[in-house]
Each structure stands twice: as C-alpha cells, then as structure tokens.
Ligand binder design. Structure first.
Ligand SMILES: [Zn+2]
Length: 61
C-alpha cells in the first residue's frame, strides 16, 4: 500500500470537488402519449422511442 507523499491543502480538495456536482436531468415529451420522458430513453408509459419499435420487440438479426 502506497502512502500519499504530500499533504493536499483544503483548496486543492475544493478545486477537485468543484466537478462533483450532478447535472439536472433533461426531460422531453413523448410523441405518442406526451408523458415526461428522459432524453434518449424509451417512454416508461408506452415504450415508444422516436416512433420506432417498442422496447421488447426491437433488434432482430
Ligand atoms: Zn409514451
């Protein structure tokens, strides 16, 4: 096990931690049922994604 060779100052910790904040989730509206849907995800209500096939029956060959 290695040990840190030098002490990190509080400002060094804070500078690193400045990138830890989470971004707000981006919502869009489902084209079929107009429910609030996370961007780039299928609709949890009807399974629609960009007017394509539903969640279960996609991907063949
Ligand atoms: Zn929908």
């Amino acid at each position: 096990m290695s040990v840190p060779t030098k002490r990190r100052t509080s400002s060094q910790h804070k500078r690193r931690a400045s990138h830890f904040a989470l971004k707000k989730a981006v919502f869009s509206e489902c084209a079929k049922c107009s429910a609030r849907v996370l961007a780039h995800r299928i609709c949890p209500e009807c399974g629609e994604y960009k007017k394509q096939a539903k969640s279960g029956e996609s991907k063949k060959a």
